[in-house]
Design a protein around this ligand. Structure first.
Ligand code: NAD
Length: 503
């Protein structure tokens, strides 16, 4: 084993001396294990000769405690807008009402739409059931249920809005193919749940099929997310690059990182058109904070991605190969230390020292990396909208908060039929998506939340907004509490809404 060098202690709060080529980056030391893994990472970067001018900002718990529910002060945004590069430790998101996740806010505010999460196994040096694994998960970062648009609609029912947009799908899918092309990857796999969510996930899959045709040299396939996740947990070697909507990507990448040996091993890049943010994929792990046991590798590998991004590929290569050589030498933090397989159990800072001692060395068995001329694919702007389609309003779903007559669907159905005409006819009433009127089943459990579908009763097959408003007036006059409406539109004659279950 290579003897450890004794690197001089570096004051991580002090900016690296400015050179002509120093790149300004914004740094947040975060919460929980954040400060210790950030200090370890910055010491390695400094020793490797990264030319960085560090601007430190406070985010997370400290800021939340001051009563700033966004978890970030306005002055911190100014730094981020100026440097456009953010190296961020994990932060603790207070659970429950009142606080927004700063991670989600940062990704969305800065337009960081592509979350790139490489998950690699380091067999036989890090114990894993999957010796051959080198998967990059590209998670859509701005849309889906992470829009965070939620409402309590009735006493019993809450709702989260899932938004999937065509420009959003186009940007992330194209980024995944560009990433595959730039990195010599052979296959891009789409994960979605379009057998159930035919419109939202269906759009993601459809756009994937369209864009994949522009990259004939890259294999493109699709898996339903549930069996795809099972497959990645069982046989990850069949995957190369995976592109998937936000929520699935969040879960999938934790699974993928953990099965490489530890969630503490994976770094990630959040790439946008104007800014980029680099972070470990794990959280602030408060249970192990302050004990010098956390693995700094996730943040260190994220910083390698950052160095490539800012054009310091030579330094990135030096750090990454030194890290691989350290792992190969069996110098391991407790999360990956295995009696017999590892040689030395070290803490966070000693691990950083070991990486520093290995700078300039190459791994002997693990594949060395080469970034000297590497570039990340630039994040692309959404193309100007060219999606023209004739839109017709065919009806309206009126959602009601109704808790009368023992929630008997027939009572409600008849009331609604009486007020539907002349422009509308009542097509059906559903409860949690299941048709309960007409011809419902007494076994179906009903909450106080009803979706009442009114479709055009006119020869044209369409209705106007004024006619919808007229209907709502009649609903109100009948003493019914409408809580929201959704228009039933067709685009170029194609239905733009789902059918009820049992319709
Ligand atoms: P976590 O990822 O912080 O930790 C879960 C467990 O994984 C830890 O207890 C530890 O055993 C292990 N682990 C994680 N990172 C490790 C490392 N570097 N080295 C060794 N072991 C490690 O998940 P959590 O406990 O569910 O979340 C804690 C907090 O982090 C929450 O407030 C959550 O919202 C937040 N979080 C932040 C981010 C982020 O800032 N990007 C991401 C995820 C979670």
């Amino acid at each position: 084993m290579t003897p450890l060098a004794q690197p001089e202690q570096i004051d991580t709060q002090a900016p690296t001396p400015k050179t002509a080529k120093a790149v300004s980056i914004t740094v947040a030391r975060g919460d929980g294990i954040g400060p210790e893994i950030m200090d370890a990472t910055l010491r390695v970067l400094h020793a490797a000769g990264a030319k960085l001018d560090l601007e430190f900002i406070d985010i997370g718990e400290k800021v939340y405690r001051k009563g700033i529910t966004a978890g970030i002060e306005p002055s911190a945004w100014a730094s981020l807008r100026k440097t456009r590069v953010f190296l961020k430790s994990p932060i603790t998101t207070p659970q429950g009402g009142g606080y927004k996740s700063l991670n989600v806010t940062t990704r969305k505010t800065l337009g960081l739409y592509a979350n790139v999460r490489p998950c690699v196994s380091y067999h036989p040096f890090v114990q894993t059931k999957h010796p051959v694994m080198d998967v990059v998960i590209i998670r859509e970062n701005e849309e889906d249920t992470y829009a965070g648009i939620e409402h309590q609609q009735t006493r019993e029912v809450t709702q989260c809005l899932k938004l999937i947009t065509r420009p959003g799908c186009e940007k992330i899918v194209r980024y995944a193919f560009e990433y595959a092309r730039a990195n010599g990857r052979k296959k891009v796999t789409c994960f979605s749940k379009d057998n159930i969510m035919k419109l939202t996930d269906g759009l993601f899959h459809k756009v994937f099929d369209e864009i994949s045709a522009e990259y004939p040299e890259i294999i493109a396939d699709h898996w339903i997310i549930d069996i795809g996740t099972a497959k990645i947990a069982d046989t990850p070697e069949v995957f190369d690059v995976i592109v998937t909507p936000n929520l699935y990507g969040d879960i999938l990448s934790d699974v993928a990182a953990q099965i490489t040996g530890s969630v503490g091993l994976a770094g990630s890049a959040n790439i946008g058109e104007h800014c980029a943010m680099f972070e470990a994929i794990h959280g602030s792990a408060p249970l192990i904070a302050g004990q010098d046991v956390a693995n700094p590798s996730g943040l260190l590998l994220a910083s390698v991605m950052m160095l490539v991004h800012i054009g310091q590929g030579d330094v990135a290569q030096k750090v990454h190969n030194a890290w691989l050589a350290t792992i190969e030498d069996g110098i391991h933090t407790p999360d990956i230390y295995r009696e017999g397989a590892s040689k030395e159990k070290v803490g966070t800072q000693a691990f950083a020292n070991a990486v520093i001692a290995h700078l300039g060395q190459m791994p002997q068995q693990l594949k060395p990396v080469s970034y000297a001329d590497a570039t990340q694919p630039a994040a692309m702007a959404a193309k100007p909208a060219t999606y023209k389609a004739e839109k017709t309003l065919q009806g309206v779903d009126v959602f009601l908060d109704w808790d009368e007559a023992d929630r008997c669907p027939k009572v409600l159905g008849r009331k609604l039929e009486a007020i539907a005409g002349p422009e509308f006819k009542l097509k059906m009433v559903t409860n949690r998506g299941v048709k309960v009127y007409p011809d419902g089943f007494p076994e179906t459990f009903c909450t106080d939340h009803w979706r009442c579908r009114f479709v055009s009763n006119l020869e044209t097959g369409s209705v106007t907004h004024a006619e919808v408003i007229g209907l709502l007036h009649r609903v109100l006059k009948a003493g019914l509490d409408f809580i929201k409406t959704e228009h039933l539109c067709a685009f170029d004659g194609k239905r733009g809404y789902s059918l009820g279950q049992g319709e």
